[in-house]
Ligand binder design. Sequence first.
Ligand code: PLP
Length: 351
Amino acid sequence: MRLLTPGPVALAEPIRLAQSQEMIYHRGPEIKALISNIVSRLKSDFNCENVFLVTGSGTAGLEMAFASLTKPTDRALVLTNGVFGDKLGQMARIYCNAQVEKLPLGKGWSLERAKEIIDASGAEVFAMVYNETSTGVLNDAKGICQYAKGKGMFTILDAISAWAAAPLDLKEFGVDFAATGSQKALGAAPGIAIVACNEEAVKRADGISPRTFYLDIKKYKKEAENSQTPYTPAVSVLFSVKAALDYIDSRGGLGAHRLRHQQAAEKAREFVKSIGYEVFAEPGFYSPTITGFLLENADEIRKRLREEYKLVTARDFGELQGRFFRICHIGNFDDEHLEASFDAIRKVLGK
Ligand SMILES: Cc1ncc(COP(=O)(O)O)c(C=O)c1O
């Protein structure tokens, strides 16, 4: 089976093999060297003061922000345009007084569309998804977060399917707190949420009583001083995270990795047009990792791709259930795999 999924993604061999290393003690010098290596490289890419490695999927990283950096009385504005934005809204509702604003599916959030809502909200906390994975829409996180931060809001960004494929400099974007997952564009195994945040975010925790034990950011900050985590981390996944960073470096670094995503996304858009479909995302908001299009009988097509071509493709959800198809070019894909996937899709669709 080959994966054409939005994550977990296929593992390149050195990343897969890295996970089978002998275990190391999670309080010994080896783990400190491993964590400090990963964290220093990630801090430099995110351009931020703090990176925490949280055992869990990407969602655990986002929940750290709400559970340890907001108060029940905080007003939180959440922008959504798909399933993952909706989930962020649901999370915000658990911890804060949330206002959730929605755009129709396929439309992207631009500053122009968000400005008045931000101005009118009076919220202290702002959250949005950078890349809406369910539809393949890349929102203008930079323009919007900069603006929200300028209004004094604490900005939280779900960068789960965006980081390492789309640019993300926390200082330049005005993002206080961002989270991603090891199994996405980084191309490692699932199990580690990567949290990147500034010093302001960590200081914010001082006046707030955490509504979480495991995800209390203060504990991560304290242990990070010694390149450790508060609780036993998923050590094998950390091996794969380091191997994924090494693998990306061996292929020209994160800049080249981002460029490969952009180029693959362009190819996928051309392919979709070539078989007579329209890319679902509004022009100007194309995702570097997911290219989606409306497709009747999508379940049947996915089943045939799996059975006839051993190609595993991603399900669709919610309003688009059964009639949406996503081509995922994220993580460790290569041209050969993409071309073979296009070929299989073309054949199954009879195009
Ligand atoms: C944009 C976005 N947010 C959140 C999630 C949830 O991530 P996880 O399953 O790693 O918790 C995903 C997963 O696909 C995602 O793409």
